[in-house]
Design a binder for this molecule. Sequence first.
Ligand code: DGP
Length: 117
Amino acid sequence: MVSEADCLFCKITTGEISAEIVHETGRTLAFRDVNPQAPTHVLVIPKGHYPSAAALAAADDGLADEVFTAAHAVAEREGIADSGYRLVFNTGPGAGQTVFHVHGHVLGGRGMAWPPG
Ligand code: DGP
């Protein structure tokens, strides 16, 4: 497992790695995905290090709620809240998770196929 010290998204929260930040609250950060898969593709993270959605849920201190609220705020800011957007948490390598700092992908601005690939 990647330690906090080596975590890419922890380094984005500290500014050690730059990113285009679109929304920030006390405990969350949202920034554009470096490899966008839709006209809007923003990653929403807790600033604290939790490796997965399950770990975030287990934190049980309202932080998961804040991440969901931040994701919707991003969708509103990006103008996709009404047309619809997809909020995806790839969880585990088999589901395509490559960065082990929990992040929700906010995707929108185009039609979304279902089921996803
Ligand atoms: P996932 O595969 O669900 O773990 O998503 C990881 C996402 O992180 C992927 O869509 C690409 C994005 N990403 C990886 N490295 C960087 C980076 O350095 N900056 C930004 N903004 N996004 C990154």
